[in-house]
Design a protein around this ligand. Structure first.
Ligand code: G6P
Ligand code: MN
Length: 445
């Protein structure tokens, strides 16, 4: 089984490789092809993987290439985890928006729109090549904004592209943990768009346990989302929102926290990751130890500004070790071995949320087997959540239009119609600011 990783010089690749090393079952991945446009990043990551595999007799073979078509040809699975514009671009996404007083964040608000505008054309190019070079491959999309990018790719690959995110799984696990339930046996009733979903129930043996959590302020204060949103707001909503909804429900506070931070998340990571890749240029640098130290710091500081704005304190130890690679491996195993399982994934809606059309990519529990991911039926969202989902999906559609046609007017609409952008004038200035900052947006006319 051959797995190609696009963005193969990326920092999280060793997480995926670590998960593959732990997979001893038949039909597992035997060959990993790393693709990246940057050979130095590839060599840094290859060194980390070699140290991970040391002493393991049948570790998956690793090859690296900067030739995209060569990487795609012959792939059984493709993980797409690219970052168009790099972390420099992420920091610019934040800076331009914050200068206009609106949220600049990797995937949410104006920052997410800018990131989408420069990522979609690249993702579409990859999807077209894949349809030609590896039409039977399954594509697992981690590339953010993951829902939007999955939808862009699905126009060329149909249901062969499946989007993943670790945040709904993390939320489900935390809620199960505080309720004393086994997360692998509980049914998580979760739906929305990527980074815009709500957990409305957690069923164990036919009984919804969420009301017990909502009724107990001490339990509500004992996990990440409880501390971020506050017990009162969660009780009032009657659901637990994805952590990314903190940017919506506490927009003023999160914008201010980002503006007042020494460095935004993107700027912090830009510098932190540059140090890592620089250190890896030294032939004697201990690759795995350096990577692991950098990873621990990255994980401990995840959403630090939000936690500070909410007075939520430090992250819990249990929350530190991602889950990103586990979702990817679970999905790949279910498809490759026809091991039926349920996972929360980004797939085409079909009729799941009746307010959206069939091709809209949503994030929803899916039954997965060798035929792919099949969304399960869910209850409709309440009006307030439907409103946000429809507004943000309309923004995503404007981004897809802009990326497909080069229409600057569509890009302005994408910013202006976003619930976290408060003026059409601001939207115009954002398009000006972002096109000046990002060469990847030169296609907008
Ligand atoms: C979570 C989200 C990802 C996002 C990442 C950002 O894992 O699900 O979509 O990219 O956080 O983490 P970072 O360390 O880059 O701020
Ligand atoms: Mn995500």
């Amino acid at each position: 089984m051959r797995l190609t990783i696009l963005g193969g010089g990326g920092f999280r690749v060793p997480l995926v490789y670590g998960a593959l090393l732990g997979d001893r079952s038949e039909g597992r991945v035997t060959h990993v092809v790393l693709h990246d446009r940057d050979a130095a990043r590839l060599s840094a990551v290859t060194r980390v993987l070699a140290e991970q595999a040391a002493g393991m007799p049948d570790a998956p073979e690793v090859t690296a290439t900067t030739d995209l078509d060569a990487a795609l040809r012959g792939a059984d699975f493709v993980f797409s985890a690219i970052r168009v514009g790099g972390l420099e671009g992420r920091a610019d996404d934040e800076r331009v928006a914050l200068a206009e007083g609106v949220l600049g964040q990797e995937t949410v608000g104006a920052g997410g729109v800018a990131y989408g505008l420069r990522t979609v054309p690249v993702a579409v190019d990859i999807a077209r090549r894949l349809a030609r070079l590896a039409p039977d491959a399954w594509v697992i999309n981690f590339t953010n904004p993951a829902g939007l990018v999955t939808e862009a790719m699905s126009r060329h690959l149909g249901d062969r592209v499946i989007g993943i995110c670790d945040s709904p799984v993390g939320l489900g696990r935390r809620v199960a943990r505080v309720l004393g339930a086994d997360p692998d046996r509980a049914w998580i009733d979760y739906v929305g768009l990527n980074h815009l979903g709500w957990l409305r129930g957690l069923r164990v043996a036919g009984r919804d346990e969420l009301p017990r959590l909502l009724a107990d302020p001490a339990l509500l204060g004992s996990f990440e989302e409880g501390r971020l949103f506050g017990p009162e707001w969660l009780r009032s909503l009657g659901a637990i929102p994805n952590e990314y909804l903190h940017y919506y429900y506490f927009n003023r506070e999160t914008v201010r926290a980002y503006q007042e931070a020494d460095r935004t998340r993107g700027a912090f990571l830009r510098d932190q990751q540059a140090r890592f890749y620089d250190e890896m240029r030294r032939p004697d640098a201990p690759a795995l130890a350096t990577w692991d130290r950098t990873r621990a710091e990255r994980e401990a500081t995840y959403m630090a500004e939000n936690r500070e704005a909410a007075g939520a304190g430090e992250r819990e130890a249990d929350d530190l070790s991602g889950g990103y690679e586990k979702v990817a491996l679970a999905l790949m195993r279910a498809v490759a071995r026809d091991e039926r399982t349920t996972l929360i994934l980004n797939v085409r809606n079909r009729g799941t949320l009746s307010v959206l059309d069939a091709d809209a990519v949503i994030e929803v529990p899916c039954l997965v087997d060798a035929n792919g991911a099949h969304p399960v039926a869910v209850d409709p969202l309440p009006g307030h959540a439907t409103g946000l989902v429809c507004a943000v999906k309309a923004v995503e559609r404007e981004i897809l239009t802009a990326a497909g046609s080069g229409s600057r007017a569509a890009a302005v609409r994408a910013f202006a119609l976003h619930p976290l952008v408060d003026s059409v004038n601001v939207a115009h200035r954002l398009v000006d600011g972002y096109t000046a900052a990002h060469p990847g947006l030169a296609y907008l006319r």
